[in-house]
Design a protein around this ligand. Structure first.
Ligand SMILES: O=C(O)CCC(=O)C(=O)O
Length: 403
């Protein structure tokens, strides 16, 4: 960093290569303690390794290099209230573009009434990840620019914004709304887990969120994917992004590059430095600057301004981010929810136990997940792939009511 100690590199080539070799010797894994086994780069494939070794920082996969197949049928996978029904043409458009919407969840005035409370919730202390549940291991110097947060402040705020639906009934109900759940069900199927939510504030003057893609969240640990579905080439996760305030071209609306969800693309990574990168804050991602390595098709960039109360469904495989907030004083807040099918395993015994979650791009180590749960918002969990960590919606509702 220009103003502080140089952070350790995210990935070192020699341990990566040795770890990759061991990760391929699957029959041996049962003999290894979890703390070693789940630190191997189990999610790396040969394409990712060879790209990294040939190009180092210049070219890097931050998620499992994979492609998305078309589904066997475009018919909705559940039947719903006609108010929320998707046509086959809409489902075809989703598979063509990687996103669908905007749809209206709540009338604008109704969301505006909730906005003040949701702003307070985003900044309130997290009861799921209270202080002391993780260690920040990155650069600790203050920003050298008055208009920028330090890396530490940036990522601790980011983490505090996570999974507040586990402590707030109102936020839980937003993502349990049939307008969201029934539409997601038509794309993913009858059984659905809400495994993560995240607030995204954009204060006036703040940079946008840099372009990125994700399907299995390999970039969280850079070693083991957070999500392990039975088939990486099938759709297994969707994100819903809800506008709490009006989000506009000027105050940081969501944007996607349509059609980029077909394959995960290589990225270029660097440590964020307020002097070198500060004028183009839009590429900031945690403590990193992350950019697609190759130029994106500009004609396919779609800005998605939304009124408060509207939402978009997207596959996080689509290249997405947000515009900078260039207004003098119009902050905007959004919140996303991530839905998966219960066939998809979340985390692993080491992360859920002693190890905790390492968030590589945030230089966060060992985030304790003792209080984290995935919420069964629809259907059943017949597969039990994340045992002991699934809470049925009604059970969580009554727990939150009792608090
Ligand atoms: O709202 C933003 O700034 C970015 C949102 C995002 O990256 C996401 O929802 O995955």
């Amino acid at each position: 960093m220009a103003s502080g100690s140089k952070s350790k590199r995210l990935i070192e080539p020699i341990p990566l290569t040795l770890g990759y070799a061991l990760s391929q010797l699957r029959p041996l894994h049962g003999l290894l303690p979890d703390r070693i086994r789940y630190r191997l780069p189990l999610s790396w494939n040969l394409e990712m390794l060879s790209t990294f070794l040939r190009h180092r920082r210049d070219r890097f996969y931050i998620d499992v290099a994979t492609e998305l197949d078309d589904p066997p049928s475009l018919a909705p996978r559940i039947s719903t209230d006609p108010a929320y029904a998707l046509s086959e043409a809409q489902i075809a458009a989703f598979y063509r573009d990687g996103y669908l919407g905007p749809f209206t969840l709540l009338p604008r005035a109704q969301m505006q009434e909730q906005a003040r409370r949701l702003w307070a919730l985003w900044s309130a202390p997290s009861t799921t990840y209270p202080p002391g549940t993780y260690t920040y291991v990155g650069d600790t110097t203050a920003s050298t620019r008055d208009d920028e947060m330090s890396n530490e402040e940036y990522v601790t705020r980011f983490l505090n914004a996570r999974d507040k639906h586990l402590q707030d009934r109102g936020l839980l109900e937003l993502f349990a709304h049939p307008g969201i759940v029934d539409r997601i069900g038509q794309l993913l199927g009858p059984d659905l887990l809400l495994w993560r939510t995240q607030f995204f504030p954009k204060y006036a003057g703040m940079g946008g969120t840099g372009w990125h893609q994700a399907s299995s969240y390999l970039n969280e640990t850079m070693r083991v994917a957070t999500l392990s579905p039975p088939d990486l080439r099938a759709l297994f996760q969707l994100t819903v992004w809800v506008a709490i305030d009006d989000s506009t071209l000027d105050n940081g609306c969501l944007r996607v590059v349509r059609g980029t969800h077909r394959r995960i693309l290589p990225m270029a990574l660097d440590d964020y430095d307020p002097i070198t990168h500060g004028d183009n804050k839009s590429d900031r991602f945690g403590t990193m600057v992350m950019r697609p390595h190759d130029p994106l098709p500009e004609d396919d960039v779609v800005d998605l301004p939304m009124e408060a109360g509207q939402f978009v469904i997207f596959s996080e495989r689509v290249m997405h981010g947000s515009r900078p907030n260039i207004t003098p004083g119009t902050d905007r807040l959004a919140v996303n929810g991530r839905f998966i099918t219960p066939q998809t395993k979340i985390h692993n015994p080491w992360v859920l136990g002693d190890g905790g979650l390492d968030i590589a791009y945030g230089r966060i180590k060992g985030l304790r997940l003792d209080r984290w749960r995935a919420v069964l918002v629809r259907g059943e969990d017949p597969h039990g792939r994340t045992p002991g960590r699934i809470v049925p919606l009604d059970e969580l509702r009554s727990q939150l009511d009792d608090v």
